[in-house]
Design a protein around this ligand. Structure first.
Ligand code: PSV
Ligand code: MN
Ligand code: MN
Length: 391
């Protein structure tokens, strides 16, 4: 039993019940670094099996009802059939992630490539992704471009921005009324000198030029060490341009580790900005973009979902009235203490109660382990697939 005041526990539980966290198909498949992929037993052999694993995460957490696809890693002949399969398992297909970074043609860029034929091929893929969204019923198209240059002088910065803007505009024009384009930025890698969409400012400028349904996505691993990500959250929320998150955790670069593992306090600060702006249930997509190279994958995704839930619960516990009073009074230490009180609250009893109320096992990881699912798929699935990179 949680020892919070009953009204507080109820308010927080109601908000948590409405939260949705999307998992990523590629998190269930084998992945690694460019040095080695350590294959795991029982990993999915095709997109249908990846969705089955995502459905297991939802079954035990109750808050992960959608799974993102990456095209062509999750290419199938019939996307409507894949959507039907997902629905039968109790989940839906979520964000469609485009992939214009793995063909030889893209060596000098995709939509920013100096060669118009390569640019056309890249745009055709982005538009094909919208066709797929029509079949799957997905709302969001997520675009990340590996485009960039390795050497000063390699290509012209402003010309490349123009090519990017043209490609985004053509793709945006193809979106349906209910569909959105999420533009993801990343500081560096694979390009080392210049990345064409390196930061939120660049993504924001492109999204503003495109229109309301173009929004910025924040991948928490895509910043320089020490970046104040919650400030970026506040800025984008204020501008009405925060479309979603790719959650993960990092120590050094784009490590794609479990969200909330390296710096749970940062995750709390991010969720605090969301809760403070009353944006928890207003359409911002909370997605995981992670790879589980060493740890068992389904269990790691469950852990990640729980980490987001815990950070959200703590953010919901911040006493906004007390915070504002302290801020208005210029009471630096009290304002900080209000935030820390919430962060230091043990929300696990509250989350256990919430799960019991939802008819779930209060301990999703223990329940998953007891279910025998991993042993079952280990026996059934031989020759699991690789997520798509890292060989
Ligand atoms: C790029 O590093 C990225 O974060 C993009 O979201 C890609 O689509 C994804 O990783 C693949 O994991
Ligand atoms: Mn990402
Ligand atoms: Mn990334």
């Amino acid at each position: 039993m949680s020892d919070l005041a009953p009204e507080t526990a109820t308010r927080v539980s109601v908000a948590l019940r409405a939260q949705r966290i999307e998992t990523a198909s590629w998190a269930y498949a084998n992945s690694g670094t460019r040095f080695k992929v350590f294959a795991q037993e029982g990993v999915p052999r095709d997109p249908y099996e990846k969705i089955a694993d995502a459905a297991v995460v939802h079954r035990f957490t109750g808050v992960a009802p959608s799974v993102a696809l990456h095209i062509p890693w999750d290419k199938v002949d019939d996307y409507a059939d894949l959507a039907r399969h997902a629905r039968e398992l109790g989940v839906v297909l979520g964000t469609i992630n485009a992939n214009v970074f793995q063909d030889d043609d893209y060596k000098l860029g995709s939509v920013t490539n100096p060669d118009p034929a390569v640019r056309r091929k890249a745009i055709a893929h982005l538009i094909e992704c919208v066709d797929i969204m029509d079949a799957t019923g997905s709302r969001d198209l997520k675009l990340w471009f590996s485009d960039g240059t390795n050497y000063p002088g390699q290509d012209d910065v402003r010309t490349r921005q123009g090519r990017l803007a043209d490609a985004l505009a053509e793709t945006y024009a193809r979106l349906g009324d209910q569909q959105r384009m999420l533009l993801e930025y990343k500081l560096f890698e694979p390009a080392f000198y210049l990345t064409d969409v390196p930061d939120w400012g660049t993504a924001y400028l492109h999204c503003v030029a495109l229109g309301d349904r173009a929004q910025v996505v924040i991948d928490t691993g895509h910043h320089a060490p020490g970046t104040n990500i919650e400030f970026i959250v506040a800025m984008l929320v204020r501008a009405g341009k925060l479309g979603g998150f790719d959650f993960n955790s990092r120590f050094y670069a784009d490590d794609d580790l479990m969200v909330g593992s390296a710096d749970p306090f940062q995750l709390f600060r991010i969720m605090h900005e969301i809760v403070l702006a009353d944006e928890l249930d207003k359409g911002i997509a909370f997605m995981l973009d992670q790879c589980h190279n060493l740890e068992p994958k389904i269990q790691a995704v469950i852990r990640s979902v729980l980490n987001v839930q815990e950070a959200t619960a703590k953010a919901l516990l911040v006493d906004h009235a007390a915070l504002k009073a302290a801020q208005d009074a210029g009471d630096v230490l009290e304002a900080n203490a209000v935030l820390m009180d919430a962060y230091n609250t043990d929300v696990r009893p509250l989350l256990r109660d919430l799960r019991a109320d939802l008819g779930l096992d209060p301990d999703p990881i223990a329940a998953y382990k007891r279910s025998g699912y991993l042993e079952k798929v280990k026996a059934e699935r031989v020759g699991g697939t690789q997520a798509g990179w890292g060989a």
